[in-house]
Design a protein around this ligand. Structure first.
Ligand SMILES: [Zn+2]
Length: 575
């Protein structure tokens, strides 16, 4: 969180260091590769894409034989072997300078067995796991206990100096249990209260303050004993089952010598119903207090209730794997600069507690993106000659466990991040046909948007911002770990304007997927899927990466974005 706060405020332009070596897109100069030459160069590569090879990868990766591709399982071994075989067969070099395609990611698996209860208004409130609540600890310890911790409602629990916002107002919450709301406060625009105020928490778009990860980070920083987020489907962006499903199974974190003792003892979610019951028993009204929380003047509210948590933690150490391949650049000077494509290969595995279908096959999430990564890699091998800069193809582990594989790479890069010009991430390709539009998640963040817009014209397609910025999708996939380190990152998706169907077709499909299949065992390969739209998207991502790899200019974060300062600092570091 630390890097976030100053970034909003301090947007200083790049000055001084090593200007000669690198030009940012603001200083575009003549001699950049023209679109026609690019298209000629790319002809053979663009022509190499096909729906059958893409579908074939998905069929295999999403088959029951791969057991839902969970880290630390047989499914991981099969998936990593498949990816390595594919990269080898297409003639790409091992991406790890140690001569392998593998970056080992040391992780700890932990399975929480919690019990919990509240005492409010002199009454004991029992909580059923996982139907009423879920609770885990990221601390690598066998047992965590929180006894009779005073409960305080802290609204959205945010400290955002750039908005003059502090939900704690100096209250010491050390050792307490704090209850928080998910997402950002929907602050109305003072001029037009029917609208949200774009100047405060970016209006409709979710900022990082709205993410559940931020909530636990700030609670840990404040020394709380436990933090409970109240789940509300709208503000969270997904139903409670998504949380109860994944938090009641094994979770992971990156191995850490300090055993994650800087994390909260207890991280929990509770259903809205149970939260209301707690507030009522404390003589409070949940929705009335929620309303109060939308104001800068909000003050934290002790409920006069206590919380008890006991978590038994089953721990195991595993070595998971990122898979990395490389296409070396041809320019003697620029080959030590990189463009990196990513997709997470992992999904949710098998849940032996389920009756009937137990395997989360993850056909769209993210066998499709992984297949896309393979097809883009193959296409690069079809170029008459590799581009000037080098291209990396990184299939990361444990995205579903908290972006762990990409976090590990971004914190332990095999190639310097200050020589990495861009990250292009794929998470969920479109199986419903061609679209007129292309959605950019986090639209307006970097000049990669402009390159994509320009290349999309070649397909007579338009780029649009995401329709639901309040879901905070920019923070929910692997590009975010690169962005956090300052690397300009592009995360795009097919749009919703179908070319071969009526106007509502794609939105209905997307809604049905979120409601019925997202993170469910039913995210299987479906008959009739049409990847012609996905192929066009992959061709766009190829064009963008190639243009950056050939170009004279470095992509850059746009003024006012939360990552720009981090990039400037990084580029000023040693070259
Ligand atoms: Zn995913």
């Amino acid at each position: 969180m630390k890097y976030l706060i100053p970034a909003f405020l301090l947007v200083s332009l790049l000055s001084g260091c090593n200007e000669s070596a690198r030009k940012t897109s603001e200083t575009q100069t003549a001699g950049a590769a023209t679109d026609t030459t690019l298209t000629t160069d790319l002809k053979s590569a663009l022509a190499s894409f096909g729906t059958d090879p893409l579908l074939n990868h998905i069929k295999i990766l999403a088959s029951d034989a791969y057991e839902g591709r969970s880290p630390g399982t047989r499914g991981e071994d099969s998936t990593v072997a498949y990816l390595t075989r594919q990269f080898t067969q297409m003639g790409l070099k091992p991406g790890n300078p140690d001569g392998t395609y593998i970056q080992k990611v040391p992780m700890v698996g932990f399975t929480a067995q919690p019990t919990a209860s509240f005492t409010a208004g002199g009454k004991k409130i029992n909580l059923n796991f996982p139907t009423d609540y879920v609770a885990i600890t990221h601390r690598f310890v066998p047992q965590v206990q929180v006894n009779n911790a005073d409960i305080v409602f802290v609204g959205y629990g945010i400290v955002a100096p750039e908005y003059g916002w502090d939900d704690y107002k100096g209250l010491d919450v050390k050792g307490k249990t704090i209850v928080m709301l998910i997402n950002d406060p929907p602050v109305p625009n003072p001029q037009d209260t029917a609208q949200l105020d774009d100047a405060t928490f970016k209006g409709r778009a979710m900022t990082y303050y709205g993410r559940w990860t931020y909530k636990y980070e700030i609670a840990a920083e404040k020394g709380a004993a436990a933090c409970i987020i109240v789940h509300e489907t709208g503000p969270a962006g997904y139903p409670y089952e998504v949380i109860s499903g994944s938090w009641s199974r094994e979770n992971f974190d990156i191995s850490n010598p300090n055993k994650n003792m800087d994390r909260l003892p207890v991280e929990a979610w509770i259903t809205t119903d149970k939260a209301q019951e707690l507030f009522r028993a404390s003589g409070k009204d949940f929705y009335a207090l929620k309303k109060q929380a939308i104001s800068k003047n909000f003050k934290p509210v002790p409920l006069g209730a206590q919380a008890n948590f006991s978590i038994t933690n089953k721990l195991r150490e595993i070595q998971s794997q990122n898979v990395l391949a490389k296409l070396e650049g041809t320019d003697p000077q620029l080959k030590d600069e990189y463009v990196i494509y990513t997709a997470h290969w992992d999904h949710l595995g098998r849940d032996p507690k389920l009756k009937g279908d137990q395997i989360f096959n993850g056909a769209l999430d993210n066998a499709s993106g992984t297949a896309g990564l393979l097809e883009i890699a193959k296409a690069y091998t079809k170029l008459p000659q590799p581009p000037k800069r080098s291209i990396l193809f990184l299939a990361v582990t444990a995205e579903e466990k908290g972006l762990l594989g990409s976090k590990y790479y971004a914190n332990n890069p095999l190639y310097p991040l200050n020589k990495t010009l861009a990250n292009i991430n794929m998470d969920g390709l479109n199986p419903y046909g061609r679209t007129q539009d292309v959605i950019i998640v986090g639209y307006g963040n970097s000049t990669l948007d402009d390159i994509l817009a320009q290349t999309a014209t070649a397909q007579k397609r338009e780029i649009v911002p995401e329709a639901t910025p309040e879901k905070g999708s920019f923070y929910r996939s692997d590009h975010f770990e690169f962005a956090k380190q300052g690397v300009p990152a592009l995360y795009a998706k097919s749009g919703i304007k179908a070319i071969d169907h009526d106007a509502k077709f794609l939105q209905d499909k997307a809604d049905a997927y979120t409601a019925n299949d997202y993170h469910k065992v039913s995210d299987d390969l479906k008959p009739g899927w049409d990847f012609s739209g996905a192929i066009e998207d992959l061709q766009l991502y190829l064009r963008v990466g190639y243009q950056v790899a050939q170009g004279q200019t470095w992509p850059a974060w746009k003024p006012g974005t939360e990552f720009r300062e981090r990039r400037e600092k990084m580029l000023q570091q040693k070259q």
